[in-house]
Structures are given as structure tokens and as C-alpha cells.
Ligand binder design. Structure first.
Ligand code: TXA
Ligand code: MG
Length: 338
């Protein structure tokens, strides 16, 4: 692993190589957004379908006009209030923005990250840096340089160390449908915060009023390797005992339930932070930990369904969906006798 400095990272970018950049949300796998060969390298390293567009990271909103045009006034207000920060805006692209970056769409996603290392790099580099999360396609996003290295080894190129990510969940992506903001991906900034600032309702792209969609937001995204179930608090104990009796090693994310209840061999309870921001900050790190620890099932005490928990609920829902009972059958009777 090369943990690089800014000057060497800029050199790497200019030569069309990838650089892993820390941001306040998750680590990104960055490349020069104006160099098609460099951008294609990102897709190859991640194993990502080329139709999934990338976010272009900019040093400041002053750079926006090189990438986007016909910027809705509401978008400009959001940029002014939340940048640098974990908000991505999907805007009409300028002609000349690479098809490799936009996935052939008429829009481009842009954000100004709020991380000193990312901002120093962007400033020294001058141009836009295209960067998806630094994980293989469909896997969990990394919130530390170690998680990036565990995922890619040497193949991600230079890694800039930036410490643990302060939000730990990806940026909120907002698009515009006739000047009405639409949340394309819930993230680090809640819909409540956006609505309070704008003084208006924002739509969700999964609502029937929205015609906007995020390409590549397939359900199996953001998933750990280990099968995961989200359960209401009152079912957690019984489900844990059921699995433990069938000799499954179980990791448990407790929120209000006391972890001492699971003091038994084969069970690894984690006491998660009680607030949504704290929970989001450590969630991916805990899931990564369970994947590495060889746990066979992860049980999660369901968080509240309120707006501030929407990003956490979205990611947990994706991690859990479709997998139980199909890819990962229930333990059988024979297994339970072993
Ligand atoms: O917090 C973040 O947003 C991180 C850090 C590294 O900035 N980046 C990130 O990138 O999560 P990625 O590629 O893992 O997710 C970006 C999402 C994808 O689902 C992609 O489809 C969507 O943004 N996206 C990109 N360009 C788009 C566009 N023009 N229209 C709609 N969705 C777009
Ligand atoms: Mg990603």
C-alpha cells in the first residue's frame, strides 16, 4: 500500500491513475473526471457496470459552471448552504462532460466534499475528480483506509489517509424535476434538514410523484457478505436463540436492547449508538467487522422509522432484502442436530 501525499497524488491523477480519497462520507476511488481512460480504470477496478454514472467532486461551487448548466435556483441555494458537505446535486450537464462519467445521461452528479485531505487534493489538482465509493460493485462502502485496503489490496493505487469518515454513510443525492427537489438517494443530510432549510416538501424518487431514478441503485447494494435480518426489538431475543440453537455464529446490533442479554458462546452483541448520526457513523465499520469475523448471520434491532433514521433504514433495508430464504436458506434440522 502506498499512503501518499498530495503532490504525489496530483501526479498520479495527471498520469491517469486512480487515487483513493478520504471524504466526510465514505472513501472514494478517484480519477481525473476529464480523462476517459482514467475514468474507465475506475469501472475496471470496481467491477462496476459502465452505465452507472459517477459523482464529480469539485473544490468549490465556483467550479460548477464547467460541469453543469441551467442550474435551478433551488440547486444554487442548496449548494451555497450545504457545500462543502455531504450533498450531491444532479444537474443538466455541460456539453463535453464525458459519457464515461455520466453513463450517457443528460445530467451530471456533483458535490464539494467536506474533508481537508480531499479539498487540498482538489485544490492542488484544479480539475474535477470522479469518484464512486471505494468498494467492489455491490459491496459495503469503506469508512477507513483499512477497509479500502482489505477490499482492493494494491489494485486501488495510491491511498490518501484521512482517518475515519465523520458521517460514515454516503451523501444525499438530490435531483430536480421542474425545479422541485427530489431525493434520489437518502444520505448523510436528512430530508427533514433539507425541507426545513428550503421551507418546502422534497419528493422521494421512490414515490409515485417522481419520474427521476438513480441508475444503479439496485436493491442488493450496500450489502455485507453475511446475511442480515432486521427485526423489531421484541423479536430479537427469540430469533437469536433460534439461530444459536442451530449452532450459528450470530452478530447482533443492539440499540435499546441490552447486549448483556446475549452473553453466550457464539453470540457477538454490539451496543450501537442511540442517535441516528452516531449509528450511521459506525454502521459500515461494524458490518465490515462481522464479515471478517466469520459470523454467519447478522441480526439488527430495527431503528425507529423517523426522518432522521432514513439513510440508516435505507441501507439496512438494502442489506437485508431478498437475501434471506433465497441465497441463504434457513438452517436445516440436520444442522441443528450437529
Ligand atoms: O458520499 C458519496 O456520495 C460517495 C463519496 C465518495 O463522495 N460517493 C458515492 O458514489 O457514494 P457512488 O458511485 O458509490 O454512488 C453514486 C450514486 C450512484 O448510485 C449513481 O447511480 C448516482 O450516484 N448518480 C451518479 N450520477 C448520476 C446522475 N447523473 N443521475 C442520477 N444518479 C446519478
Ligand atoms: Mg457506492
Amino acid at each position: 500500500m502506498i499512503v501518499g501525499d498530495i503532490d504525489r497524488a496530483v501526479e498520479h491523477l495527471r498520469r491517469g491513475m486512480t487515487v483513493v480519497i478520504p471524504t466526510e462520507t465514505v472513501y472514494g476511488l478517484g480519477a481525473d473526471a476529464a480523462n476517459p481512460t482514467a475514468v474507465r480504470r475506475i469501472f475496471a477496478i470496481k467491477g462496476r457496470p459502465v452505465s452507472h454514472p459517477l459523482i464529480v467532486h469539485l473544490e468549490s461551487s465556483g467550479r460548477l459552471e464547467s460541469w453543469a448548466e441551467k442550474i435551478p435556483p433551488i440547486a444554487a441555494r442548496l449548494a451555497e448552504r450545504f457545500w462543502p458537505g455531504p450533498l450531491t446535486l444532479v444537474l443538466p450537464r455541460r456539453p463535453g462532460v464525458l459519457t464515461e462519467v455520466t453513463g450517457g445521461q443528460s445530467t451530471v452528479a456533483v458535490r464539494v466534499p467536506d474533508h481537508p485531505v480531499a479539498l487540498s487534493l482538489l485544490k492542488a489538482f484544479g480539475g474535477g475528480i470522479a469518484a464512486p465509493s471505494a468498494n467492489r460493485f455491490g459491496h459495503l462502502s469503506p469508512t477507513s483506509s483499512r477497509d479500502v485496503y482489505e477490499e482492493f489490496g494494491e489494485s486501488a493505487g495510491m491511498i490518501l489517509e484521512g482517518g475515519p469518515c465523520s458521517f460514515g454513510v454516503e451523501s444525499t443525492i438530490v435531483g430536480f424535476q421542474e425545479n422541485v427537489p427530489v431525493i434520489l438517494r437518502p444520505g448523510a443530510i436528512s430530508s427533514g434538514t433539507l425541507e426545513a432549510f428550503l421551507g418546502m416538501r422534497v419528493l422521494r424518487s421512490d414515490s409515485k410523484d417522481s419520474s427521476l431514478r438513480v441508475p444503479g441503485s439496485s436493491l442488493s447494494h450496500y450489502a455485507p457478505e453475511t446475511p442480515l435480518e432486521v427485526l423489531p426489538e421484541e423479536e430479537l431475543g427469540q430469533r437469536t436463540l433460534y439461530l444459536a440453537a442451530r449452532s450459528r455464529r450470530v452478530g447482533i446490533l443492539c440499540r435499546t436492547v441490552r447486549p448483556e442479554r446475549f452473553d453466550r458462546e457464539g453470540l457477538t452483541p454490539f451496543s450501537m449508538p442511540g442517535d441516528a448520526d452516531g449509528y450511521a457513523r459506525v454502521l459500515y465499520a461494524v458490518l465490515h467487522f462481522f464479515d471478517r469475523a466469520g459470523v454467519e448471520r447478522i441480526l439488527v434491532e430495527a431503528p425507529p422509522r423517523t426522518a432522521e433514521w432514513e439513510a440508516v433504514n435505507d441501507r439496512l433495508g438494502r442489506a437485508a432484502l431478498l437475501r434471506i430464504g433465497k441465497e441463504y436458506p434457513e438452517p436445516s434440522r440436520e444442522e441443528s442436530l450437529r
